[in-house]
Design a protein around this ligand. Structure first.
Ligand code: NAD
Length: 294
């Protein structure tokens, strides 16, 4: 299958490589020359522009930071939807507002293009291993078309509902993750301040009722897990500002349906303070710094 892939960041780059390894014909692009260079070196064919990637593509995949980037790409002044052929399937895996996903899907439908939202969970490790969880919003028929492609990048594919529903599922998940990372950091910092070894405490909590994904798969304390961003000076991974964006989306969504999400609101404020302190570009597990002596 001929696939256009736009957005070669921490997630998109490895996802595109998995499609290439699966035997698909790729044409990829990122606005960052550095990102293009990095993945070209790994064998990914790079096009000169987003518009150039979609020529002849049967499937177009985007993995961009936020709503404004996705709206700009597909519906902006030089909108990509105008250049994508009738009958093509568009899969947007970025985490964005569900309203934006619906807007893109409606505009695509008017041009005879199928579009689904398919945000992911599983982190950069899951992107590299091809074990992501996809949460899809769109029709059953469009998901059936997307499934063989998604299966090369992920291990779990869920149909959350109509257009935009994948995004709603994703922000519920990330609100919980953001809260869990803060709670995990607070508990680890408390133990360490009392003289406990972070590795020992992590193992105790992992096998006790405090066990959770942030602790077990993404430990925020440097040195506890060799592979976690914490052990790489919080480089790569999932940026604090991206988590802040997701928690903002959750709060907007909560306001729209008058839901009560007090811990989500508190978590958004703590990541905002952490970002204001200059840590927006670090992995979100660096929120641990809020609970440590500088
Ligand atoms: P990233 O910042 O590493 O990568 C985004 C890339 O998009 C950048 O390389 C940027 O140059 C590129 N880009 C922006 N606008 C573009 C455009 N118009 N055309 C082409 N390229 C463009 O972000 P990421 O960590 O890869 O995350 C991407 C999305 O996935 C976000 O919505 C994020 O919330 C979500 N997500 C991230 C993770 C994670 O662990 N990093 C996990 C799940 C979901």
């Amino acid at each position: 299958m001929k696939i256009a892939f736009i957005g070669l960041g921490n997630m998109g780059g490895p996802m595109a490589l998995n499609l290439l390894k699966a035997g698909h014909t790729l044409s990829a692009f990122d606005l960052s020359a550095e990102a293009c260079k990095k993945f070209a070196a790994e064998g990914l064919p790079i096009a000169a522009s987003a518009a150039a990637t979609v020529a002849g593509a049967e499937v177009v995949i985007s993995m961009l930071p936020a709503s404004a980037h996705v709206e700009g790409l597909y519906l902006g002044s030089d909108g990509l939807l105008e250049k994508i052929a009738h009958g093509t399937l568009v899969i947007d895996s970025s985490t964005i507002a569900s309203a934006t996903s619906r807007k893109v899907a409606e505009a695509a439908a008017k041009r005879g293009i199928a579009a689904i939202d398919a945000p992911v969970s599983g982190g950069t490790g899951g992107a590299v291993a091809g074990t992501l969880t996809f949460m899809v919003g769109g029709s059953e028929a469009d998901l059936a078309r997307a499934r063989p492609v998604l299966e090369k990048m992920g291990a779990n594919i869920f149909h959350a509902g109509a257009a935009g529903a994948g995004q709603t599922a994703k922000i519920c998940n990330n609100m919980l993750l953001g809260i869990l990372m803060i709670g995990t950091s607070e508990a680890l910092a408390l133990g360490v301040a009392n003289g406990l070894d972070a590795k020992v405490l992590s193992e105790i909590m992992r096998r006790s009722s405090g066990g959770n994904w942030a602790l077990e798969k993404y430990n925020p304390m440097p040195g506890v897990m060799e592979t976690s961003p914490a052990s790489k000076n919080y480089a790569g991974g999932f940026g604090t500002d991206l988590m802040l964006k997701d928690l903002g989306l959750a709060q907007e969504n909560a306001a729209a349906v008058r839901a009560s999400t007090p811990l989500g609101g508190m978590a958004r404020n703590l990541y905002a303070a952490h970002s204001l302190a200059g840590h927006g570009g670090l992995d979100f597990s660096s929120v641990l710094k809020l609970f440590q002596k500088p």
